[in-house]
Design a protein around this ligand. Structure first.
Ligand SMILES: Nc1ncnc2c1ncn2[C@@H]1O[C@H](COP(=O)(O)OP(=O)(O)OP(=O)(O)O)[C@@H](O)[C@H]1O
Ligand SMILES: [Mg+2]
Length: 484
């Protein structure tokens, strides 16, 4: 269906904050028209997921209004499973999101929608028993099954392989209702987006652009260039006024009043300068320091457990990780990659042996190895060595865009991408002997990905990496490949 003139969502001077000291939205205005396909862009922690919660009513604005057309149904595909949904069975999970229409044949609908997202899921299995990528598909399916007037999808391509992304794209192209998507995946967005809402973390404003993702990136770039030029001009003029004012003020005391006016004019010019888009900065280059006093074989693998056709079998393999060995672990979704990594970390996989004293730096997809009740500061302090100064700790964290107020926040309240950045910062402090990384690009803003890839590339002890994002893996030196 073509876009109509009818507005279905409108934000009018919306202010929102979780914590007064950290505003998320500042007098935000935008409209979404019926039938349009809109992307929400912005840095990690800007408030994209929060915007969805304001649209679907899970949160209320602190000031002014969010209006959504009456009688329209809304469905949200969340970024991660909500804590209260983890223990539901597949059937109860879909029941919860679909609601209780009597005539509706839930089981048949579940079967249909699981086909769309290409997942086999027994109806009585608990949501938390599914792996990361399976949960991502369940989240997506829970939104799609509602066939809503307004579909909100938060990072739907995380954990989808290329075939899954293709399916989803085709589905969205043919979907005739309004769709809002949060994603960093340029190719995916270009295939169906006709407008972009750009949320700037530093100004807390939303800018609205027309066109697909490429067009918008171009427009934003041009705007930055224009802003930079205007700023340079204003700065020069302001400086000239100040210099003149100083001369007046010192030499001719009668002209003090004139000097004061000039200074005011200069200040006004400086105010006019556009806050240069700090928003677009990637995280600082970083290096993961190495554990000292280890060597030889860091990890040996003789056999692994894999899951094939719902059956667990043991597969013999021969792998050794020594200094500077980077291993890519591959295999289809569901074969047991995440499970294997977790067992290696916990020392539960019989056929795998980590050398004594070797410290493992583990990046887990769902961050459940972090303590969600701990503050960011405490989490980092715990990982850092005792001789690390406060100043070093804070400046390293700042490189990951973890600033003062984020340090004080509890891990559980961070956005998903921020959790990822904290997890990387923690790896830097840990000085590991082996890095075990499970889908480390999920949720992380695309600007940071090359920086992360180059840090991993340079890591000189052992590494095991699972990632479905080829462009990421290609940027990292890989010495061994194990296909389960
Ligand atoms: N329940 C909460 N309590 C306190 N702060 C919160 C809460 N939920 C989110 N925040 C904070 O609000 C900010 C915006 O979070 P949000 O999840 O909307 O970001 P996002 O743009 O979706 O980021 P990402 O790209 O990482 O998913 C973050 O700084 C986060 O720490
Ligand atoms: Mg989010």
């Amino acid at each position: 269906m073509a876009t109509s003139a009818e507005t279905v969502i409108s934000f009018k001077s919306v202010d929102f904050y979780y914590d007064l000291k950290r505003p998320i939205l500042d007098e935000v205005d935008f409209n979404v028209r019926k039938g349009s396909k809109i992307t929400i862009m912005g840095q990690n922690g800007a408030g994209k997921s929060t915007i969805f919660k304001l649209i679907n009513g899970a949160l209320q604005p602190n000031l002014w209004s969010v209006n959504v057309s009456q009688k329209l149904t809304i469905a949200t595909g969340y970024q991660v499973v909500l804590p209260e949904d983890k223990e539901l069975s597949v059937k109860d999970f879909f029941q919860k999101y679909h609601g209780g229409d009597e005539k509706f044949n839930l089981e048949r609908e579940i079967t249909n929608i699981l086909r769309v997202v290409n997942l086999k899921a027994p109806l009585n299995k608990q949501i938390q028993a599914f792996s990361g990528w399976q949960q991502a598909r369940l989240l997506l399916a829970a939104a799609l099954i509602q066939n809503p007037d307004i579909l909100l999808l938060d990072e739907p391509t995380n954990n989808l392989d290329s075939e899954g992304i293709y399916h989803l794209t085709e589905f969205l192209k043919s979907y005739s209702n309004t769709v809002l998507v949060i994603s960093h995946d340029a190719d995916f967005l270009n295939s169906f987006t006709d407008g972009v809402l750009y949320l700037d973390r530093y100004t807390q404003k939303v800018e609205q652009f027309v066109g697909n993702y490429h067009d918008v990136v171009e427009q934003v770039k041009r705007k930055i260039e224009k802003d930079n030029m205007a700023n340079a001009r204003l700065k020069k003029e302001a400086q000239a006024k100040k210099d003149q004012a100083n001369v007046f003020a010192h030499k001719w005391w009668k002209l003090r009043a004139v000097a004061k006016k000039m200074k005011e004019a200069a200040a006004e010019m400086e105010d006019e300068m556009v806050d240069n888009r700090r928003e677009d900065k990637p995280i600082k280059d970083f290096k993961i320091p190495l554990q000292e006093g280890i060597g030889g074989v860091l990890l040996e693998v003789h056999s692994v457990h894999i899951i094939k056709d719902d059956e667990v079998t043991v597969k013999p393999v021969e792998v050794q990780l020594r200094k500077d060995d980077h291993l890519q672990l591959a295999g289809p979704n569901g074969i047991g990659k995440s499970t294997l990594l977790e067992k290696i970390v916990n020392g539960d996989e019989e056929g795998c042996k980590v050398a004594e004293w070797v410290k493992i730096g583990y990046y887990r997809q769902d961050f459940s190895n972090l303590d969600f009740w701990q503050t960011v500061y405490d989490c980092l302090r715990q990982a850092a060595s005792e001789d690390m100064t406060e100043q070093q700790l804070r400046s390293t964290a700042a490189g990951f865009q973890i600033t003062g107020d984020i340090m004080k926040a509890k891990i559980g309240t961070l956005s998903e991408g921020q959790k990822g950045l904290v997890a990387f910062c923690r790896l830097v402090f840990l000085r590991p002997g082996i890095l075990i990384l499970d889908e480390p690009t999920n949720h992380i803003n695309f600007r940071h990905i090359p920086v992360i890839a180059s840090a991993l590339d340079a890591f000189e002890w052992g590494m095991i990496l699972v990632s479905h994002v080829d462009e990421f893996v290609w940027q990292i030196r890989m010495d061994q490949y194990l296909d389960l």
